[in-house]
Design a protein around this ligand. Structure first.
Ligand code: PA5
Length: 425
């Protein structure tokens, strides 16, 4: 009950939706139906485009991405990308999850997503040590960090190797395209930054990073296909959205952690935090401030810092774990350099096993303290599974936005700070 098998990942919500919560007596159907009606209207009248995009994206756009990828990888030794927030975290987190050391050496990528002096100095040394292609990604085309970083490094960049990804009509970067003929790709106007990973915003950097983008899109399409025939009460996206909403609103669990047990998935939690925090944390239609605090952490590392608080501090959190099912070739622990009879057993185990058992130990320990948890297990870590996961999270977040009665797709707080920064400069 409340465990779901999705294409390439499994989701276990049995603890969050189980008998020990008041939720087991709650009939969510009217809430689900209302949310579905409102969301489907937005998808159908195309005010919101992210959900159908994996099928809507044209073959021409994908061909252009593939052609640019071939050309830039042939002509350059690496890539610098300027982009922040939704123009950074999605693709960067997939690159971090999937790229291996060989890929990184073959075609290094530096993502300038901050403009403090340390970041700028490192970016400068990156672009001066090799001949790099450049991606400028900004939906608005006006973001201070993105533009100022590019201005500063432009003397070191080949103008012929620049590609701009921005709104098809407006913004400073669109003006540059119109007046200077830069290579370019569009950000669909009906897809906001944090929902744009599966558009050119994510697809071009990912293709350049060696990720198979057809598989990524296929994963998203598979997810849609698997959800389509399900009745609402059996739809895991609705149930996942409900568990976040319920534990926040009804049970006072206002902090929600996502904790993968794989270092290469840490950045994915930053993407998750941005997606949910920027979409849900705002004033609802009645003007009331809503939304839990979303936090990313990393196991086992944070077992040695946060677990104490999770277990014995205030019981006001939800903890979500992410694991990857066992690998075909597990990495077995090597022998101790000094005789260590009490610990020799370690060499009979793999790191994958230690890691998964550490996750289970944490879950068990939290269970005895009554701390609500859930678990996501990727059956494989591939472009396909990440495409599926990304669209699942985006849909669940949009559903939760309907439950909270917020405008999921705006970000007035972020826009105000952008405007104030521009004014003050
Ligand atoms: O999700 C969002 O809308 C924001 O996080 C933006 O992606 C971020 O502020 C960057 O904006 P832009 O892509 O316009 O440079």
């Amino acid at each position: 009950m409340n465990t779901y098998s999705l294409p390439t990942f499994n989701l276990d919500l049995s603890d969050l939706l189980g008998a020990h919560s008041k939720i087991s007596n709650f009939n969510p159907l009217p809430l689900f139906e209302k949310a579905q009606k409102s969301l489907e209207q937005k998808f159908e009248n195309k005010t919101i485009g992210f959900y159908h995009w994996p099928e809507v994206i044209s073959a021409d756009e994908i061909n252009k991405i593939q052609t640019l990828t071939r050309e830039l990888r042939n002509q350059y030794e690496g890539l610098i990308i300027f982009g922040i927030g939704g123009s950074h975290l999605g693709a960067a987190s997939i690159l971090e999850a999937l790229r291996n050391e060989k890929e990184e050496k073959n075609f290094p990528i530096f993502w300038l997503n901050n403009v403090d002096r340390w970041a700028m100095e490192r970016a400068q040394s990156f672009v001066t040590q090799r001949k790099v292609a450049t991606l400028l990604i900004s939906k608005s085309g006006n973001t201070t960090e993105t533009l100022s970083g590019f201005f500063h490094l432009s003397p070191h960049l080949d103008p012929k190797g620049i590609v701009i990804i921005t709104d098809p009509e407006s913004g400073e970067l669109r003006r540059w395209i119109n007046t200077h003929g830069y290579n370019h790709l569009p950000v669909p106007p009906n897809i906001g930054g944090r929902f744009s990973v599966l558009t050119s915003v994510g697809l071009l950097p990912l293709a350049l990073g060696g990720v198979n983008i057809s598989d990524l899109l296929q994963g998203a399409k598979d997810l849609k296909k698997s959800l389509a025939p399900l009745p609402l009460q059996k739809n895991p996206a609705y149930q996942y959205a409900l568990s976040s909403y319920w534990w926040d609103k009804e049970e006072g669990h206002h902090t929600q952690y996502l904790m993968p047990y794989h270092s290469n998935l840490k950045l994915l939690t930053d993407w998750y935090v941005q997606l949910w925090a920027e979409s849900i944390g705002k004033k609802d239609l009645q003007g009331k401030s809503v939304g839990p605090t979303f936090v990313g952490s990393l196991g086992t590392r944070d077992q040695h810092s946060l677990l104490q608080l999770f277990k014995e501090g205030p019981n006001n959190k939800v903890v979500g774990f992410i694991d990857v099912a066992s690998h075909a070739q597990p990495l077995i622990v090597g022998a101790s350099p000094v005789p260590s009879p009490d610990f020799d057993y370690l060499c009979q185990h793999s790191f994958e096993e230690i890691n998964s058992k550490a996750l289970l130990a944490t879950a068990q320990s939290l269970k005895t303290a009554g701390v609500p948890t859930y678990k996501i297990v990727f059956t494989e870590l591939t472009p396909r599974s990440l495409g599926s996961f990304i669209l699942f999270q985006e849909l669940a977040c949009a559903i939760a936005g309907e439950f909270y009665q917020v405008n999921t797709f705006n970000q007035p707080g972020v826009e105000e700070a952008k405007r104030l920064l521009r004014q003050s400069l």
